[in-house]
Design a binder for this molecule. Structure first.
Ligand code: IPD
Ligand code: CA
Ligand code: CA
Length: 258
């Protein structure tokens, strides 16, 4: 496992380095309305993929910028977001990250989330705990929703009547505060570090979540779907928290119906 975690870390640092290099000179394109991509996304993905493929030529790969490789008969799949928080990156707002998760037989086993703006490396391996810059981390002990710092992730170009917006408004009346930050991977990493108490979304992709979910679990937190059923990296909904407020969070969100 150590070999995989070290590879994830090294690849995430390489991706982060590329993001730093591109920060002053990228060009932006809209994939769809308000959904941005830059040269930096592609350059970071290229360097990460090349590094990991050289190390693990038999493994499968899934990465955001149109990369899907089944891999020989391997039961390993790398799930990569070369730049999570592209909109923040474009604006120079330093809340974005590289996210690299590894699945074995459908189970998340290693994850790295790297924040290149602050040189923060979050790592987790199944059964081995989570760390930030090599120091062990754990989730917060918050047990009441009115003491909780929550984060929501809304779909891009959301309609004001969308259930995601109504859930956000509902949560405002229950939590201490609700923020929207633009990087799902860093939100999860920060739950693991005890700085955020909960995060939910119904519009995520596997690469937004894979590494961060393992971080939260290994830091002692809880991850499920919104209705508290088992988390599934291939489904778009996620509820992650420090644990003590998990059921209450789910109840508040489910009280708002489509
Ligand atoms: C986005 C971020 C954001 C989430 C979006 C994602 P990207 O990833 O994780 O927090 O709300 O759903 O698409 O596009 O910056 O990699
Ligand atoms: Ca993303
Ligand atoms: Ca991305």
């Amino acid at each position: 496992m150590l070999e995989f975690l070290q590879a994830a870390e090294e690849a995430a640092r390489l991706g982060g380095q590329v993001l730093r290099q591109w920060q002053a000179k990228f060009t932006v394109r809209e994939k769809s309305k308000a959904n941005l991509v830059t040269d930096a996304d592609f350059a970071s993905q290229r360097v990460i993929h090349e590094f990991l493929r050289r190390r693990f030529p038999q493994h499968g790969f899934l990465a955001e910028e149109d990369l899907l490789e089944a891999g020989g008969n391997s039961s390993f799949r790398w799930i990569i977001d070369p730049l999570d928080g592209t909109t923040n990156f474009v604006h120079g707002f330093p809340y974005f990250a590289v996210s690299i998760g590894l699945e074995h037989d459908g189970e998340l086993v290693a994850g790295a989330v790297y924040d290149p703006s602050h040189d923060n490396m979050f790592l987790a391996a199944k059964g081995c705990g989570a760390s930030l810059n090599r120091r062990p981390i754990s989730v917060s002990g918050v047990r009441q929703l009115d003491q909780a710092l929550m984060i929501a992730s809304l779909p891009v170009a959301t309609d004001p009547n969308d259930i995601a917006v109504r859930r956000f408004l509902k949560m405002l009346t229950h939590a201490q505060t609700v923020q929207r930050t633009g990087s799902a991977a860093l939100n999860l990493a920060n739950i693991a570090a005890g700085r955020i108490d909960g995060f939910w979304s119904t519009s995520l992709k596997p690469w937004d979540m894979a590494a961060g979910v393992l971080l939260v679990r290994e830091a002692g937190g809880t991850v499920s779907r919104i209705d508290e059923s088992d988390f599934d990296v291939d489904m778009p909904d996620l509820l992650a928290s420090c644990g003590g407020i998990h059921q209450e969070l789910s109840d508040v969100l489910l009280a708002v119906r489509g």
